[in-house]
Design a protein around this ligand. Structure first.
Ligand SMILES: [Zn+2]
Length: 206
């Protein structure tokens, strides 16, 4: 049985150059269906990996061989014959930006559900734009919620500072899909709440 100890595989984060091209094209008022789908489905696969990895941490995971649900125990075991120590499984999700709490999971689930049924290019662009400008939130009671890390770090290649600087520099124009500049402005305000975390925002920067 070649697959008896198979490790799970996770969709990678999306390359910056694809996202850059997506915004440049949109700023010219062009809907490139192939590009939109390429990015949309790459993000969707990444969201699914994120959801699965967090589900595994919480206690249940799909068998990497046959997809049956396996309970998290010290030794993971599936009726199909697959088994793997949880420690080996967990190692594949550590330090891979595949961890987040419920507010992020909810955003990612919404995207996974909505993107395949979006009918127009414009709807797809707005779903992608909203997804990559999302945030993790801390929840300490209703009056004390606030944005923390941008979810772009979980979806786009690079370190936090690079990803934030990258999103700051994306191209927008008069022809950009209506709504994208509003998402951008909201993102900007949320980043500013924790501006000292980001080299491109620090007021004391040289
Ligand atoms: Zn199995």
């Amino acid at each position: 049985m070649d697959n008896a100890n198979r490790l799970p595989t996770w969709a990678p984060r999306v390359p910056k150059k694809l996202i850059r091209r997506f915004y440049e094209t949109d700023a010219k008022g062009i809907y490139d269906g192939d590009l939109i789908d390429e990015i949309g489905y790459a993000l969707l696969a990444r969201c699914e990996s994120f959801i699965t990895a967090n589900g595994a941490r919480a206690g249940e995971l799909p068998c990497p061989c046959c997809s049956q649900t396996v309970q998290r125990e010290e030794l993971l075991r599936c009726p199909c014959g697959w088994e793997l120590p949880w420690a080996a499984y967990f190692k594949t999700i550590q330090h891979t930006q595949l961890s987040g709490a419920e507010p992020v999971l909810e955003q990612f689930r919404d995207f996974v559900n909505a993107f395949p049924s979006a009918r127009t290019a414009r709807q797809k662009v707005l779903l992608i734009d909203r997804l990559i400008h999302g945030f993790h939130w801390y929840l300490r009671g209703k009056a004390d919620n606030g944005p923390t890390r941008p979810v772009a770090i979980n979806l786009i290649e690079g370190r936090m500072g690079d990803v934030v600087a990258f999103l700051e520099e994306l191209t927008y124009g008069d022809q950009s899909t209506p709504g994208t500049t509003d998402n951008r402005a909201e993102w900007d305000a949320n980043i500013d709440v924790n501006r000292n975390w980001y080299p491109s925002r620090r007021e004391d920067r040289a």
